[in-house]
Write a protein that binds this ligand. Sequence first.
Ligand code: ARG
Length: 545
Amino acid sequence: MSSLPSLLSDRIFGVTGIDPELRPATKPQFGHYQTNVALRLAKSEGQSPREVATRIVARLEVADLCEPPEIAGPGFINFRLRTEVLAEAITDQLADPRSGMSSTQQPQTVVIDYSAPNVAKQMHVGHLRSTVIGDCLHRVLAGVGHHVIAQNHIGDWGTQFGMLVEQILDEGVEASALTLPEAEALYARGSAHFRSDADFAERARRRVVALQSGDEQTRTIWQQLINVSLAGFNAAYERLGVLLTDDDLDGESTYNDDLPQLVDTLEADGTAVIDDGALCVFVDGFTAPMIVRKRDGGFGYAATDLAAIRRRVRDFGADRIVYVVDSRQSDHFEQVFLVARKAGLLPDAVATEHVAFGTVLGLDGRPFKTREGTAVTLYDLLDAAEEEAAPPIALAAIKYADLSNGLNKDYVFDVHRMVQTTGNTGPYLQYAHARMTQVLRKAEAEGYGEQTKVMVLEEPAEQALALLLTRFGDVVDEVAETLQPHKLCAYLYDLSGALAIFYEQCPVLKAEGIVRESRLAMCAVTKRVLATGLTLLGIEALERM
Ligand code: ARG
């Protein structure tokens, strides 16, 4: 099903030969859609924009869709869809099992790298944001028909494991019996021990070598640490209601065997050079080179990311690779992408995007900390929200707060505001959905079924709501393309606002005949668009609140 704006867009393109870049009108008096195509063409055509606009309008055949187009200001062309056309679109949307969400004509294989917590550490706020944003992008991209491969690139390798294993042996604890918070406490004790005791530090270093060379006892304890951590991560994923499963795990350690060969190739073809004992790739514009092999022979975070790109391109056939990681790693990813291109691991046809997000701030405007001054865990946030609202509402509040701001911005974790059912919040959207559910339930009890064929949309509030409903598919497409969930949030918020006005100005259950049928159909489509939209955000569309 093609959306009304894309139909209109195609017609304009037929006359102008360039993309009209149709935009929703900014004010109701400008109609429903606007294009500045005449302004863009004026120069090359040697005419004033208004003259060009006049010519375009004269040749444009859109009478079946719109009122006669109007030329405004310096040469904008404004379109107002005909009411019957809008009504028909809503009838179609009611019959459409996808509620107007489109299916892509060009399905891609998209790898999304998200969540990626570290073993023996609890998920902190950054991992929570990555998990929530990644889950939304996963749902949106899969929803429009792409093949999504989720990748949980957990931090399950590195020199810290020498220290961890050595501390476990020192304390004589049974690693498999630890909980994740206990493993984290052990991590802290191990780090302190490492700093204060030179003998322990030396043993920890030897333990790294034992781990790397596959010493059985060391590997067993390492694996136990992973298992207790995964149990903790999975409990968190379950509480969050996200799509990630163990099948999506491809931790750093899974690249170990790839690294020596990969790095050798970089050295052999001259991409990487030895500098001060370390193997480095120098990239223009960066103050520091990328270190692919450290002086001690170990490989690091960056080398692993190169191997991950290779696997994703070569083995998974990725067309697009998306990294949902906090913005402090922007330089890292920029460098990794450049090096991967330079090394021939990343063909031009494969897009890589770092979806960077900002920090969660406390009410004091500083990075959010617990009362004890430690980093806030996922559970602290959820517990705080659940003090104010029931679990599915608290979760909606947190997720929506994470998704509704421009991702790059830091945002203030104001739990009291986030759980309100008024204002731009997740619970407000849930409430709009629950309200429509109630209305339809009442109507159904009185015999209403979704069988409306002809609709009437006479009231401005009905038309405004209908116009928004027809935009749903385009908004989802835009999020799939730009990876900006806040656009879907803003849309659903606007939709809920238009719904509230409609509901206030147009009696539904008290109306009669075809008007009642039409308004119930509007309620039904709105409910479904809200439900689909909320589900894409990873938020539960509650039936009652
Ligand atoms: N484990 C890392 C961290 O906590 C994030 C990994 C992100 N993904 C990646 N491919 N580097 O910072």
